[in-house]
Design a protein around this ligand. Structure first.
Ligand code: IMP
Length: 196
């Protein structure tokens, strides 16, 4: 059994990621280890934000841990909103505001290709590793569906006609960037465990 410290303050993420992991991998939260300081995500790339989140916790606790950062990258907008996905239309505004802003920037555009991407940084025995998961698709003309969160109502993954918000979580996980990144993460942990 591996016990992994997840460098996030978001309890929903802990729950979501735990459901994607095999039962032999158990997550420990920052709450479990009494870490309450804020975790910065000041950069413009998912790689840097994911790295600084893991390093912040590692340097404070001297414990191996992992962190993730995700975002929506729209080809015609040169990868925006990207690492700024959560605060595209401003801090603490509803998801509908981010969606409305993105759709307004894409008004009349025929090129609607986009991808969700998750970057996970693992610090293992003091060494840093990164893996990613990508889900390619396109941006719908208008929002559809009521499930999920964030940009789910306007993202249609390749291989489906439904938006993520029109799918169950199990259906979404068959496509999702986060599920793919977690799969790559599990493969990495298996390899590192076998090597040690
Ligand atoms: P986080 O790094 O996982 O917190 O994701 C940052 C932001 O990217 C979220 O606040 C959402 O706006 C967006 N995002 C990431 N993953 C998803 C997803 O699966 N569906 C919809 N939006 C997402």
């Amino acid at each position: 059994m591996s016990i992994l410290l997840f460098a996030t303050h978001n309890p929903h993420k802990i729950q979501e990621v735990q459901t994607l992991l095999p039962p032999s991998m158990q997550l420990m939260s920052l709450q479990d280890v009494g870490f309450t300081s804020p975790i910065p995500e000041p950069y413009d790339t998912l790689e840097e934000n994911s790295r600084i989140k893991a390093l912040t916790v590692y340097e404070a606790l001297h414990r191996d841990c992992f962190a993730e950062d995700s975002g929506l990258e729209v080809e015609a907008l040169q990868g925006a909103p990207g690492a700024r996905s959560a605060r595209y239309a401003g801090e603490h505004v509803p998801d509908a505001a981010h969606i409305a802003l993105l759709l307004s920037h894409m008004d009349g555009m025929e090129q609607r290709q986009a991808q969700f991407r998750t970057v996970i940084t693992l610090i293992w025995k003091g060494k840093l590793f990164q893996v990613q998961g990508i889900c390619k698709g396109h941006i719908a003309i208008s929002p559809r569906g009521h499930g999920g969160f964030g940009y789910d109502p306007i993202f249609i993954p390749d291989g489906s006609r439904l938006t993520f918000a029109e799918m169950s979580l199990a259906e979404k996980n068959q496509f999702s960037h986060r599920a793919k990144a977690i799969k790559a993460f599990c493969d990495l942990i298996s390899r590192l465990t076998a090597e040690s």
